[in-house]
Design a protein around this ligand. Sequence first.
Ligand code: PSU
Ligand code: MN
Length: 309
Amino acid sequence: MRMHKYLSITPEIEEALKNGTPVVALESTILSHGMPYPENLEFAHKVEEVIRAEGAIPATMAVIGGKLKVGLNSEELEIMCRAENVGKMSRRDIPVYLATGKTGATTVATTMLIASLAGIRVFATGGIGGVHRGGENTMDISADLQEFANTPVAVVTAGAKQILDIGRTLEYLETFGVPVLGFRTDEFPAFYCRTSGYKLDYCCQDEEEVAKIMNTKWELGMKGGLVIGNPIPEEYALDFNEMEEVINNAIKLADEKHIRGKNITPFLLATIKDMTKGVAFASNVQLALNNAKIAARIAVKYQELQKDQ
Ligand code: PSU
Ligand code: MN
């Protein structure tokens, strides 16, 4: 494997990649900018345990000390969770953070980028970025969507929050040739809610089917990734209409406070958490753990296909 000079991979993950042990990438923006301390630290350890329990190795990403970190030790997880002077870093921020030694948390886009540099093909997140509501005017479209178009990583997600325009997000992914697969669902999930009203073309029944589709896409030499929509477990799902009201209020507040650009998503996440008194936070944790479990199983199946070849 060709090692990139900016990559810093833990020995355990390097070994796993060499031996063909399945590895699952995890993002750090969900920790630094999506959850409060110390609950985020507890989650950071738990999500790694869930992946290990399925026979895969977790690789949480970040930029620390001028390096693209693949896998974080406890001390580094603590830094990301305390989130003091930790920026939110999308694709365009990477060269700045590396060159200046700033500490940065990875979004879906940057986690995919680092995963692909390291040779990791599966990534578990909570919610993906997308076209924001009103995006047809503001042009606020997450860089996550372009990363799906270009970078070969399969991302297991509970869908997109209603803070986004889910319909336009799906249209954008279609335009850029990104397969969107429902995992045991025929609707794109809406993060806290199992359904969004937007039907998908494909419903995969198991992890092996997902792994075969990934494998086929990349064997064909097609660039880009895949979105795997995995609905929040039934028992943690919240009411769509109630969340719609909360989210509308959060968007109104963001507008009044003139929150713009990359600060919008973290602002909305924090406001929703405050408005729902933590109920939404508990759901957030559970859906992310569930995504990690399914991602690990997909990584195991994908790795089996590589060995067969
Ligand atoms: N949506 C969520 N939780 C999150 C994010 C989005 O429900 O934590 C984070 C992810 O890291 C995602 C990023 O990649 O926000 C998207 O930010 P932006 O819209 O600025 O691209
Ligand atoms: Mn944006």
